[in-house]
Design a protein. Structure first.
Length: 277
């Protein structure tokens, strides 16, 4: 691909246009604020002493609940937990808690450090979840766009043992328009922020990393997404023996993830089916 073709494939903000992009971002915030208004939980818990990054716990109830850990997108350089909890009320009503961590954004943090932080967030849920009504044996991780890449980096192997976690700590996963081979990112505008070379990009690509335990997974992608994101999911899903490819009709890169707040939507139902009960 030429640089221009890669930009068309992966520059979803350009595809949406400035006005539509701004409306999507405002909707993320509005729907997240409505979802957590009055919801039981505890926001702002420091999960990683090294970085000081925090997470929010929402939708707790009696006993231990399965937990959905949602990793926000924004090409590793934008968004936050404050605009990423729009699914919390729906999951609470279905008996599921939600955890939404922040991570240090690029270029302030390297992608290696961002990956370390989200893995630390999973480790925090496993070690401290019981104190907050979260079942450490029923952790499901999901994320959109760059959050889908970070989800993939919690699905692969090799990181759990150094953190003294079981290899199957992530019981299921859902990626939404995720990135799994991030080598193309070295040639698009995002690399001004994440500053990857090909070797580092390969080492940070879930599609190129081993995984002894392959959890049940759904790889959802919007029908009207950028061509690069469609191709990423189509190529990665066959390598994941318990993974399902789901192309969501009528949705684009930015609105598809909001369907996680609707239990009757295609990906809302898929998420609920993934969560161990």
């Amino acid at each position: 691909m030429s640089d221009e073709e890669l930009d068309v494939a992966y520059n979803v903000r350009r595809k949406a246009g400035g006005d539509l992009f701004a409306r999507h971002m405002a909707r993320y915030r509005d729907e997240s604020e409505r979802a957590v208004d009055g919801l039981p939980g505890r926001p702002g818990i420091v999960y990683d002493e090294v970085s000081g990054e925090r997470l929010d716990v929402w939708g707790t109830g009696e006993g231990l609940r399965p937990v959905f850990v949602f990793l926000h997108g924004g090409y590793w350089m934008a968004l936050s937990r404050d605009v990423s909890s729009f699914m919390a009320r729906m999951l609470h009503e279905q008996g599921v808690a939600t955890v939404v961590p922040d991570y240090t954004l690029a270029p302030k943090a390297s992608l290696e450090e961002i990956v370390r932080q989200v893995r630390a967030a999973v480790a925090w849920v496993y070690r401290h979840g019981r104190e907050h009504g979260l079942d450490p044996e029923r952790i499901v991780v999901g994320g959109s766009s760059a959050g889908g890449h970070l989800t993939g980096m919690t699905m692969v192997g090799g990181w759990q043992e150094p953190l003294r976690l079981p290899g199957d700590v992530v019981k299921a996963a859902m990626t939404v328009s995720g990135l799994f081979d991030i080598r193309p990112i070295t040639r698009v505008y995002v690399n001004e922020y994440v500053q990857l070379d090909l070797d580092r990009a390969a080492a940070l690509s879930p599609a190129l990393l081993p995984a002894e335990y392959r959890c049940p997974a759904v790889f959802a992608v919007a029908e009207n997404d950028g061509g690069g994101f469609l191709e990423q999911s189509r190529l990665f899903q066959p390598r994941w023996e318990h993974g399902e490819l789901m192309i969501v009709p009528g949705r684009d890169h930015f609105d598809v993830v909001l369907d996680l707040a609707d239990p009757e939507s295609l990906i809302g139902r898929a998420l609920l089916d993934l969560i161990p009960r």
